[in-house]
Design a protein around this ligand. Structure first.
Ligand code: HEC
Ligand code: HEC
Length: 192
């Protein structure tokens, strides 16, 4: 059993190193603009990943299962109240399922999250705004203003900004860091 202990003791520091590496690289330094004083700093990188099987099943069938930390609680409440006309589709759920999912979304919403990306989304949002789309929030628009139509709407492998996972290869993990962005047909995103 001796070599087993050795393997674990070698693996653990390696894993910790990998985790801290992500922590540094996922923190973009651009803190200009937004509403001063509304971002406390600190917190974990990215957004909290989805770990709720019911949410993944009910809300991940038609599109990328957006993490709750990408919108404030008030947005999720409004979105869940209008599932029968959900961006032109009927996404209605039995009342008890809808209630459970809404509870999960609200509890983990951007305005309740300690993750950095969630805090940035809130920092750029006006207090009265209730966006139904992540892709229409001020923070999102600021981060994506260099992309052309050819890369998104006219790109047969993308089609819309709602397809986070088409370009952000680590989106399901809650990571949107630049080094893991690949735009289909265009390749790696090089920011300069
Ligand atoms: C029947 C298919 C369907 C189901 C089920 C569904 N959606 Fe959607 N959803 C859509 C479509 C279509 C859009 C618009 C996509 C686009 O514009 O490209 C959308 C868009 C969204 C957006 C906005 C994305 C953006 O652009 O920022 C959110 C948020 C969202 N859905 C959340 C949910 C949640 C939460 C659930 C589960 C309760 C859910 N959806 C279930 C079809 C569905
Ligand atoms: C067509 C490809 C594409 C799609 C679809 C897309 N993104 Fe992005 N995203 C990018 C690119 C490229 C950048 C980097 C832009 C830059 O650096 O100027 C970026 C940047 C970001 C950033 C900031 C990353 C950083 O390190 O500063 C976040 C957060 C983000 N996207 C989230 C999302 C979410 C959430 C969705 C879905 C609602 C989404 N993106 C959809 C291509 C995409």
């Amino acid at each position: 059993m001796k070599h087993k202990t050795l393997a674990v003791s070698l693996l653990l520091p390696a894993l910790m190193l990998a985790a801290s590496g992500t922590a540094f690289s996922d923190d973009d330094e651009d803190e200009k603009g937004g509403f001063p004083g509304r971002w406390s700093g600190g917190g974990k990188p990215g957004v909290a990943p989805v770990e709720n099987p019911q949410y993944l099943e009910e809300c991940g069938g038609c599109h990328f299962p957006y993490q709750p930390g990408l919108l404030p609680a008030r947005s999720w409440t409004k979105l869940m109240a209008g599932l029968e006309d959900h961006f032109g589709e009927n996404a209605e759920l039995p009342a008890d399922d809808a209630k459970a999912i809404e509870g999960y979304l609200v509890k983990n919403a951007a305005d309740r999250s300690t993750y950095k990306r969630s805090q940035k989304i809130m920092k750029y949002m006006r207090p009265g705004d209730v966006p139904l789309r992540i892709s229409e929030t001020a923070y999102f628009l600021k981060e994506h203003d260099e992309l052309s139509r050819r890369m998104v709407q006219d790109n047969p492998e993308v089609g819309s900004f709602s397809k986070c996972g088409a370009c952000h290869t680590q989106a399901a993990r809650g990571s949107f860091e630049e080094r893991s962005i690949r735009i289909p047909g265009f390749g790696r995103w090089e920011d300069d």
